[in-house]
Design a binder for this molecule. Structure first.
Ligand code: 5GP
Ligand code: ZN
Length: 112
């Protein structure tokens, strides 16, 4: 989508601190980290949020989760939190599906 911030980041049109990339997904450090480790994993395909996941795109979403597990193994992260805010009330501010991966500090439950 031409006016989407994360489509532009995935395409390399806006710079980011890359963590991982393959044909289907892109991972990069969050610009405003909320934990010592905080990166985002996004599909290269524009999917607005978890609410738009269906049988036509669920394979790429599953791939994003497999990539999260791979990065976590490589970074030696044995405890981490995966978050995908969905909708404005839940805190979503960028409407291109992304998984926050947070690690490196104690976390509380439930989230605020
Ligand atoms: P949301 O609020 O939608 O759950 O998450 C969006 C995330 O994207 C936020 O944590 C925010 O800090 C991050 N973000 C927003 N703009 C940029 C940017 O230009 N570059 C990077 N690396 N992260 C961004
Ligand atoms: Zn997009």
């Amino acid at each position: 989508m031409s006016d989407c911030l994360f489509c532009k980041i995935a395409a390399g049109e806006i710079p980011s601190s890359k963590v991982y990339e393959d044909a289907l997904c892109y991972a990069f450090d969050d610009i405003d980290p909320k934990a010592p480790t905080h990166f985002l994993v996004i599909p290269k395909q524009h999917i607005p949020s978890v609410a738009a996941v269906d049988e036509s795109n669920s394979a790429v979403v599953a791939h994003c989760l497999a990539v999260i597990a791979k990065i976590a193994r490589e970074k030696g992260m044995d405890s981490f939190r995966v978050v995908s805010n969905t909708g404005e009330q839940a805190g979503q501010s960028v409407f291109h599906l992304h998984f926050h991966v947070l690690s490196g500090r104690d976390m509380t439950w439930p989230p605020g």
